[in-house]
Design a protein around this ligand. Structure first.
Ligand code: SF4
Length: 375
């Protein structure tokens, strides 16, 4: 009896891979921007089906990986306060801050730290505990930001005075610009993340493609989607084209989700933000705009060490004076300048059980993907 294929549509997968091999004539390098795409590529072994001339490098699209140590430090400091219930998504609890401590450690020491799967959980917790201050540590890209915006809108409408937001959302297009502007950049085209484009549409990508002369192909997460995206990217490169192409039309419309975008624009405004490993990227974050800024965590708790901690986070790898240097090269991994297996700590000092850096923690981190599928 033959073994079942690892692919859902095996004929189409192999047909697309064959087309890629037939059409490519020169070496090209594409970056898949999203960590979900990286995991899918490695999980399905798609990289092993590709022609030798096509190199894939892995992008920074893992929300947990890029959250600044300063923000994690701030979340830990708040979670240690007796009046606070701190809520965030599960992976965020395992990411070390600048002292190598995690939110799980804070919880073990008595802090009230709770895992949520949606901002609506946070609303329910805040309503159930009116005498406590509920802080939502909001991370993620344009995919999760609309739900945070809805939480802010609902909280303000309900007059909920015990909810505060530590907003650390990232925007993908400024990160793509930063990667392309780096002197060492080898990226010649992108697979853009289909779920981000389902919310935001594709218009933000057109000026990037034009300015930098790179194709950007909106791509889903199934093997067929990814191979179709790679084929479209290689076709453009072979023809000398640099357009935005939507290869995921069953989920992403060019205009995105109008209601979600309108709510985001009402609640947030872009702000410069520090990305772990990449530094401060212009316009790459979101901050609450009036009147929603009444929910900002700093308005609730006043001046903090957030700024100073952010500067330290931007300056180094997080090792305190006297501590051994952290060997983590996640900054280079997140920019696609090194592979996880290039890191001296990979699989030895750094494993999913004892991660030294965020890309080994997150379900979307490149180091975790390599450890799971390639180690
Ligand atoms: S393997 Fe661990 S230490 Fe090395 S870059 Fe990845 S997360 Fe950092």
């Amino acid at each position: 009896m033959s073994r079942p294929s690892r692919f859902r549509r095996p004929e189409l997968v192999h047909q697309l891979a064959a087309e890629l091999r037939r059409e490519i004539t020169r070496p090209w390098t594409l970056m898949e921007i999203c960590g979900g795409q990286t995991h899918a590529i490695l999980r399905h072994g798609l990289d092993q089906l590709l022609p030798e001339q096509l190199e894939l490098i892995h992008g920074p699209g893992c929300p947990v990986c890029i959250t600044a140590e300063a923000a994690i430090d701030r979340a830990q400091e708040l979670a240690g306060r007796p009046e606070v219930i701190l809520c965030s998504y599960g992976d965020m609890l395992r990411v070390p801050g600048s002292s190598a401590r995690t939110l799980l450690d804070v919880r073990a020491a008595g802090g009230d730290v709770r895992i949520v799967t949606s901002p609506s959980d946070v609303l329910a917790i805040a309503q159930a505990h009116p005498a406590r201050t509920v802080v939502f540590f909001a991370v993620g890209f344009e995919t999760t930001a609309p739900a945070t915006a809805l939480l802010a809108h609902q909280a303000l409408g309900l007059g909920l005075g015990n909810l505060a937001l530590l907003v650390c959302h990232g925007r993908v297009p400024p990160a793509m610009e930063a990667i392309l502007a780096a002197p060492e950049c080898r990226v010649q085209g992108f697979l853009a993340a289909g779920h981000v484009c389902t919310v935001m549409g594709v218009e933000e990508y057109r000026p990037i493609a034009q300015r930098h002369g790179v194709p950007i192909v909106v791509t889903g997460f199934e093997p067929v989607d990814l191979l179709e995206g790679l084929l479209q990217g290689v076709r453009q490169l072979e023809r000398g084209e640099s357009r935005v192409f939507n290869a995921y039309p069953r989920a992403s419309q060019d205009a995105g989700n109008g209601a979600a975008r309108a709510l985001m624009e009402r609640v947030f405004t872009p702000v410069d933000q520090h990305w772990r490993g990449l530094g401060v990227l212009s316009g790459s974050g979101l901050q609450l705009r009036p009147p929603y800024d009444a929910l900002d965590v700093e308005r609730h708790f006043g001046a903090s060490m957030f700024g100073a901690s952010m500067a330290r986070s931007a300056a180094g790898n997080g090792s305190a004076p006297g501590e051994p240097a952290n060997p983590c090269i996640s900054g280079r991994v997140l920019q696609g300048l090194a592979r996880p297996s290039d890191c001296p700590a990979f699989g030895g000092h750094c494993t999913p059980e004892r991660p030294l850096g965020a890309p080994m923690v997150s379900a979307e981190g490149a180091c975790a993907a390599y450890h799971r599928y390639r180690a």
